[in-house]
Design a protein around this ligand. Structure first.
Ligand SMILES: Cc1cc2nc3c(=O)[nH]c(=O)nc-3n(C[C@H](O)[C@H](O)[C@H](O)COP(=O)(O)OP(=O)(O)OC[C@H]3O[C@@H](n4cnc5c(N)ncnc54)[C@H](O)[C@@H]3O)c2cc1C
Ligand code: FES
Length: 346
């Protein structure tokens, strides 16, 4: 992973009672290049050492000069509460470069329908994608289906309204409220049935022309994915970013407790990974502070290089075949398959 950059906070914008957008000045000499949908990993001093958290970039490349992240408080959360409650303009944060494969590339001339699903702070990368599609893919139609508890929890509410006015006929936003405080058009959770119903009500929906992007809690994304698959949408047209840890399904290999050696910041550490435990969980249990974020195998923040031994990783994870070939592994979904596993974090 690259050396962290120190980024200055240019401004903080209150979005809702518990969410802010943090605008970060781009460094002059090492500008952070990013694609719509990617995230920054921020590094903090947290209880017990160094902690990393991923925050999706809510600004849009080609449109915004500053980088922005949008953070919502998590009850009892160490970092989100610090970012929402304590950070001020002029402060600095440490960030690793932009990462992630949940990306959108404008492809004008194809008459696509970009259908976006977000819940809560899941709007951050979706907002970047939405603006990119509207500005840089002139023939794309965009639909956003956005779930929140109630109208007061909607992040970017005014900005979405302004975009609907500027891009009338191309952008449609449907709000779904699980605990509405006033009468509203759609209430309840973004369940499988609700997703099918909402899509069915979209005028002239041609599934073959649609590209789907979904971001939010794992449970909501599972419902959206199940609905889309039920409608016959192929996996290649469904893009997902998950903010919360997922239960991993396991890969079927027999897992036994094994000793692992981890080279972290130039120091070698040895610890036992219990049967059924991930390498990341065992490292944290042993007081180490390796980088991690999603704990689900998607964000790749916990990537390491296998110097020796065999590591199993289940079937669903964010590494490409080429990265696996180069010996990379993800600690959060990885488990040792031999007694000589030696890993290095770059
Ligand atoms: C790829 C990626 C992109 C992300 N982008 C954003 C973003 O744009 N905006 C944003 O606000 N957050 C985002 N997150 C979530 C963020 O990284 C942190 O997990 C979140 O801010 C909580 O951190 P914390 O230190 O406050 O909580 P912790 O101290 O780490 O956790 C406190 C408790 O809350 C639970 N918890 C952790 N994260 C969440 C969550 N997201 N929702 C509900 N419960 C949780 C934990 O299990 C724990 O019980 C993203 C996560 C990933 C993996
Ligand atoms: S922590 Fe996200 S892939 Fe491991």
């Amino acid at each position: 992973m690259s050396r962290p950059l120190s980024l200055k906070v240019a401004a903080i914008e209150q979005e809702t009672d518990d969410a802010v957008t943090i605008h970060l000045r781009q460094p002059l000499l090492r500008r952070i290049r990013y694609e719509p949908g990617q995230y920054l990993t921020l590094e903090f001093d947290v209880e017990g050492g160094k902690g990393c958290r991923a925050y999706s970039i809510s600004s849009t490349p080609g449109l915004d000069r500053a980088l922005a992240i949008t953070v919502k408080r998590v009850a009892g959360g160490q970092v989100s509460n610090r970012l929402v409650g304590q950070l001020a303009a002029g402060d600095r944060v440490r960030a690793l470069g932009a990462q992630g494969r949940f990306t959108f590339a404008p492809r004008p001339g194809q008459g696509r329908h970009i259908v976006l699903f977000a819940a809560g702070s899941g709007i951050s990368p979706i907002f970047s994608i939405l603006r990119s599609a509207l500005h840089f893919e002139a023939d794309a139609r965009v639909t956003l289906i956005y779930g929140n508890r109630h109208a007061g929890a909607v992040i970017f509410g005014d900005k979405l309204e302004a975009l609907q006015r500027s891009f009338a006929g191309r952008l449609q936003v449907l709000h779904v409220f699980s605990q509405p405080q006033q009468p509203c058009r759609y209430s309840g959770r973004l369940s499988r049935e609700r997703v099918v119903e909402l899509l069915g009500a979209l005028p002239d929906l041609q599934l073959a022309r649609c590209e789907f992007y979904t971001c939010g809690p794992a449970a909501m994304m599972d419902e959206v994915t199940a609905a889309l698959e039920g409608l016959g949408v192929g996996r290649e047209a469904i893009h997902q970013e998950c903010f919360t840890p997922r239960q991993t399904s396991g890969s079927g290999e027999v897992r036994a407790a094994r000793r692992v050696s981890l080279l972290l910041h130039g120091q070698e550490h040895q610890f036992v990974v219990g049967a059924g435990q991930s390498i990341l969980d065992a490292a944290l249990e042993n007081g180490l502070q390796p980088p991690f974020s999603c704990r689900s195998g998607f964000c790749t923040a916990c990537v390491c290089t296998r110097l020796a031994g065999e590591v199993g990783m289940g079937h669903e994870h964010g590494l490409s075949a080429a990265e696996l070939e180069r010996g990379q592994a993800l600690m959060c979904v990885g488990f040792p398959l031999s007694d000589d596993v030696r890993l290095k974090i770059d």
